[in-house]
Design a protein around this ligand. Structure first.
Ligand SMILES: [Zn+2]
Length: 84
């Protein structure tokens, strides 16, 4: 479950619109704000993506507060301001 900061909708991730490029982006079905970006971990020896955190074999950058397998993952406040 992710709670959208833009429209305050709480939406299950499997109901989100998904756009897939290098990273998988889950978008709010209501206002289409980006909620969560999930990508593969970078190779060892390279620096991890900024604003992201490791989650298993992936890194995750969540703009919305997220519940993943019962664990609350707080959003990263400045995630939206970061450019890569
Ligand atoms: Zn929304």
């Amino acid at each position: 479950m992710a709670s959208c900061k833009s429209c305050y909708t709480v939406i299950p991730l499997d109901k989100c619109a998904i756009s897939q490029s290098i990273e998988t982006v889950y978008r709010c079905g209501n206002c289409s704000a980006a909620l969560v970006e999930i990508g593969k971990l970078p190779p060892l020896g390279t620096s991890p993506p900024r604003g992201g955190r490791r989650l298993g074999d992936f890194f995750i950058r969540n703009h919305a507060e997220l519940r993943y397998r019962g664990v609350l993952v707080p959003n990263i406040p400045d995630a939206l301001n970061q450019k890569r």
